[in-house]
Ligand binder design. Structure first.
Ligand SMILES: [Zn+2]
Length: 218
């Protein structure tokens, strides 16, 4: 039997009126079985609650596991204090017949959404994170006045496909997704000899790039 959506009961305290109520929060969803659910995640609707007492909306983040039984990935949104437990669980799942090949965890909603976007586009999030490092270095060299706070990958097939969204001190900017940078990232990853942890973020990517540079001089 295929698993559609697993739910769990959570308590919600309305931030507007203080009323406490139970609701069923989705715990796990397979986007291959339920592709519409992706839109609920991307729009943030999955974390919106309408209070039964006062009728107002509030956001409530909760743990959520997204899998895709066709694309074989698993991404978990969870607080940091659950990471050890998840690491143990992922190790078990990796050797069982669950069929997932990629396991990721994050406590950051933007990163959670971005990872789903990356895997749905058939990209490798490790290469995306390394490409962000390359893009940052490229911008520092060619646009030194630009102060980049954060780079986000976005695939929007309806509006032109893959782009980089740059959050900078000067405002939000878009940059074209550069396939050459993505291929360069693959070269760096292959030559750095990096491992594949369950948390793939900018600090992981910056370590891989540092390892790669060291090998260039060895
Ligand atoms: Zn309320």
């Amino acid at each position: 039997m295929k698993k559609m959506k697993a739910e769990r009961k959570l308590v919600f305290t309305c931030p507007h009126c203080g009323s406490r109520q139970f609701f069923d929060a989705v715990k796990e969803v397979d986007l291959h079985e339920d592709p519409e659910f992706r839109d609920r995640i991307m729009s943030g609707m999955v974390f919106m609650r309408r209070c039964a007492s006062c009728g107002r909306d509030a956001r409530l983040l909760h743990e959520l596991r997204v899998t895709d039984s066709a694309k074989h990935y698993l991404v978990q949104l969870a607080p940091k204090e659950h990471f050890d437990q998840l690491t143990a669980e992922f190790r078990q799942l990796a050797v069982s017949e669950a069929g997932h090949e990629v396991f990721r965890m994050t406590d950051f909603l933007n990163s959670f959404k971005e990872k789903i976007n990356i895997f749905e586009a058939g990209r490798d999030d490790r290469l995306i994170e390394i490409a962000k490092q390359l893009l940052t270095a490229y911008a520092a060299k060619n646009y030194p006045q630009l102060e980049i706070d954060y780079i986000h990958y976005l695939n929007d097939p309806v509006h032109g496909g893959e782009v980089w969204i740059l959050l900078t001190k000067q405002g939000i900017m878009k940059a074209g997704f550069d396939m050459k940078m993505y291929h360069d990232a693959r070269h760096i990853l292959e030559h750095a000899g990096a491992d594949e942890p369950y948390i793939i973020d900018s600090s992981w990517a910056s370590e891989v790039c540092a390892k790669y540079r060291l090998k260039q001089y060895a």
